[in-house]
Structure formats: structure tokens, C-alpha cells
Design a protein around this ligand. Sequence first.
Ligand SMILES: [Zn+2]
Length: 206
Amino acid sequence: MHTDPIQRLILELGRLPGIGERTAARLAFYIIKASSRAVAEGGQPLSRDLAHALIEVSDKVGLCKECQNLCAHERCAVCTDPARDRTVLCVVEGVADVRAIESTGSYRGIYFVLHGALAPLDGIGPEELKLGLLVERVQQNACREVIMATNADVEGDATALYLAQLLRSTGVGVSRIASGIPLGGELEYIDHATLSRALSERRSVY
Ligand SMILES: [Zn+2]
């Protein structure tokens, strides 16, 4: 449709979240300029590096069979790490949350990524969040605790409550992170110390 390659690059970059047309144009011009400079200096152009990285994630990255985190293999690095405590499972809304909790270095259990939160009005129900798979994981690992680390907003709270009820029959203990997370707070934007404390000071749901 767009025969002009510069226009096409601007258009594609503009599809990214938080990137308006002006920013897209600025990024496109930067990529073009940096790439031609690298070529002139005998180096590898940024444009090609970016293109290869994008093709590689599109070809190789999928969801971990166990926790639904993004990974380039069947199972992610956390799920295949024998040092992790498989009896403690932390439920998060997104992959960025796993990254945030991992960066605190204080959590040694495993995860389950929902890829969203319950939002019936938007058509996101238990099926979409693969909650059946979560129950399966809890049972297979004979988990003793499931930590609800969904966001501290309405959807996150509702999801945690729904899950707690769903897991009741499995006999697992359920806790919810609370302390230090501001109301409406999204995990991925919270600093390490606060997140670390929120995890260690979690309270039991039942
Ligand atoms: Zn995994």
C-alpha cells in the first residue's frame, strides 16, 4: 500500500503504544540516519539489527507451556530452574510483572501469567485467562501457596477474588499482595523495594 519506505516505517512505528505520528517520524529519521552512519563506518546498520531482532521474536518467541510467560523454548527459565520452589506460585496479569518481581531478586517461587484481568464487559472471562490451566498447575505442583499479585485496581482485585474462590477446592493457601502498592497501582511501575515488601508482607485470603 505504501510504496515510500520512509512513510511505511513511520506508519509501522506509529502502531506502537504511546507513539504518536511525530515521535514515529523522529524515530524513523533516527534509525535511517544512524544506519547510514554505521554503514559509512563499516558497521552493522541499526535498521538491519532491529529488523533481525523483530523477525527473531516473531519466529521464536512463544508462551511457556507451564506458566504462560514469554520464552523462546517450550518452558521458560524460571520453570526449568531446579532451584525454584514449585510449591509457591505467583499469579500476575502480565509478562512485565514477572520481570518486575524477578528484578527484586527476593522471590524464589514460580509464576502464572494471566495476560490480562477479568473484565466481563470487555469479553474477558475465565476462558480467556486460561484459568483451567492455572488450576492444573497448582494441582500438579502440589502448591502450598498461591500469591495473587494482580494489579491493585478494580479488575485486579476482582480477578484475585474470583481466583481465590476457584482455588478453594484445591486446598491451597491463597494470599494477596497488599502493603505498599498504591490503589490503582500497576505492578510493573512500582519500585523494587516497595514491590519486594508488598510480596513479603502479603496477607492470607483464606
Ligand atoms: Zn514458565
